[in-house]
Structure formats: C-alpha cells, structure tokens
Design a protein around this ligand. Structure first.
Ligand code: IPE
Ligand code: IPE
Ligand code: MG
Length: 261
C-alpha cells in the first residue's frame, strides 16, 4: 500500500489529501492500536440514547480500517469491548453485540476484497454462541489473507491477558530458567505480532483502561478530543504525522521514530 492507494479513496483537494502527502511512507508505525472512546458523549451531545453513539461509531470503524490498510499499516487493533464493560446496562451490552454482528455480516466482503486478516483478541468464549460463530466465521474466511492484520479486542482485559498467559505457560511446563520477555510474549493473545508503535485514544481521556498493558510498554501515545463517531481517516493521518515527529528512545539516547526496529 502506498500514497497512490490512499489518494484513491481521498477526495481531490481535501484536507485529508494534504495530510496524506505529508506522510513519510518509509517511517510508518507498524502496529496502530486504538481505544475507541466517546460514543456515549457523542450521543448525549445530540440528546440521543447512548446506543446511537455506538451505531454511529461503526462508520468510523469502517473508515479507519480502510484508511489503515491503504496507508500500509501492518497491524491495526481496535478496542471494542473490555472485560469491565459488562458493568454497563444489559440493553447497551446487547446492542453493542448486535452491532458487532451486523458489522461482521456487512463488512466481511470488504475485508476479503482488501486482503485483510481478521482476528479476535480477548475472551470470545464468554460471548453469546451466535456472536462466537460470527467471529469464528470471519476469522476462518480471512485466515489466508496476507494484507493488514485487523485485531478486534473483544471482552478484552490487559491484566486478564497476562494472567492467562501465565497460566498457559505453566500448563506448557515452561521452567523459570527458560522464561524471558520474548518467551512470555509468545503466550499473549498477540503472540508473533509486533508491539503497537502508536496508541490512539479518542475523546480526551488520559488513561489506558486496561488495554494491551504488556504490549504498549514503548508505544507513542496520541490522545485527541475528537469523539470516536467523529473520527475519520483525517484524524488517523494526523496521528501518524504526530508519531513521525516523535523521537523514540527506548530508554536509550536520541534515535529517529522508525518502526521495524
Ligand atoms: C466507547 O464509547 C465504546 C465502548 C466502550 C464500547 P463509550 O461508550 O465509552 O462512550 P463514553 O466514554 O461514555 O462517551
Ligand atoms: C475503554 O473505554 C474500553 C473500550 C474502548 C472498549 P471505556 O469507556 O470503557 O473506559 P473508561 O471507563 O473511560 O476507562
Ligand atoms: Mg468511555
């Protein structure tokens, strides 16, 4: 994917086209992770029920998945539902699940057409059987795709992931002297994937809300006031441009913000 692929879906003369032309395609973040927040506030501003914010947020998901794939991001992870989100009213939870199901039904062909591989990270086994089937179907049908990997974090908790990894490595009989950070990473949901280089959070909150706790150790964090349902390719490009101005150090001294370290 390249500037040409991206320009093909941006209106000529638009602000997003101007942003796209500033992107350095040799210095892209390999993995972008997004905490999609602010759907409820978006709805409240319009005197609508919270679920209308979730409904509107689907369009942002479509736009960002397409934009990321076209830019040439290798891995995109969207935080859709946390293990803590079960505390919300049952009606909100069931609407979120119904929206997810509909999204998968409507978008599967787009994912296939764009060579995108879909994967769930989290504990899908606790979700309703029909949702599990839908997710498994999307995973299977896109499994052979070689383009962008699209992880959806569903019933996801960062601490739960680390505890599960510890359980799995004990069950696998890994001895203490065999264990190091790299080996441990192999037991996480994201085994084999690069860590996020760029973590985006929408709607202004300055917290990580139990997202990818292990993996974001050295991610560059970009927070925008924009609410998730208003987030579009333009904002993604702004985040990438901000990322490219950062100086990544990993505890060392000055080095350029390059991915693929
Ligand atoms: C994010 O928006 C969507 C999910 C957590 C599923 P919120 O629903 O958290 O919206 P706010 O934060 O209340 O505005
Ligand atoms: C984070 O948003 C979870 C998801 C985006 C799925 P929340 O709205 O649940 O997080 P808090 O409650 O503001 O920390
Ligand atoms: Mg929120």
């Amino acid at each position: 994917m390249s500037l040409q692929d991206l320009l093909a879906v941006l209106p000529a003369g638009s602000p997003e086209e101007a942003l796209a032309r500033q992107v350095n395609f040799d210095r892209l973040p390999e993995h972008v992770a997004v905490i999609m927040d602010g759907n409820g506030r978006w709805a409240a501003q319009r005197h609508l029920p919270r679920v209308e914010g979730h409904r509107a947020g689907i369009e942002s998901v479509r736009d960002v998945v397409e934009g990321s794939a076209r830019v040439g991001i290798k891995v995109l992870t969207l935080y859709a539902f946390s293990v803590e989100n079960w505390k919300r009213p049952a009606m909100e939870v069931s609407t979120l699940m119904a929206l997810l199901k509909r999204y998968l039904r409507l978008e599967l062909n787009t994912l296939l057409r764009n060579n995108i591989r879909f994967r769930v990270i989290g504990r899908p086994e606790d979700l309703a059987p029909d949702i599990q089937r839908e997710l498994a179907d999307a995973e299977e049908k896109t499994a052979a795709n070689t383009g962008m990997l699209f992880n959806i974090a569903l019933n996801y908790g960062g601490r739960a992931e680390i505890v599960e990894a510890a359980k799995r490595l004990l069950a696998a009989g890994v001895r203490p002297d065999e264990l190091d950070e790299q080996r441990f990473s192999g037991f996480l949901y994201t085994a084999g994937q690069p860590d996020p280089d760029l973590l985006i959070r929408t709607s202004g909150e300055m917290r990580v809300s139990n997202f990818l706790l292990w993996q974001i150790a050295y991610a560059e964090i970009w927070v925008t006031e924009t609410l998730w349902p208003d987030f579009r390719k333009r904002h993604l490009l702004e985040a990438i441009l901000a990322y490219q101005k950062r100086e990544r150090r990993y505890g060392g001294i000055k080095q350029p913000a390059v991915a693929g370290r």
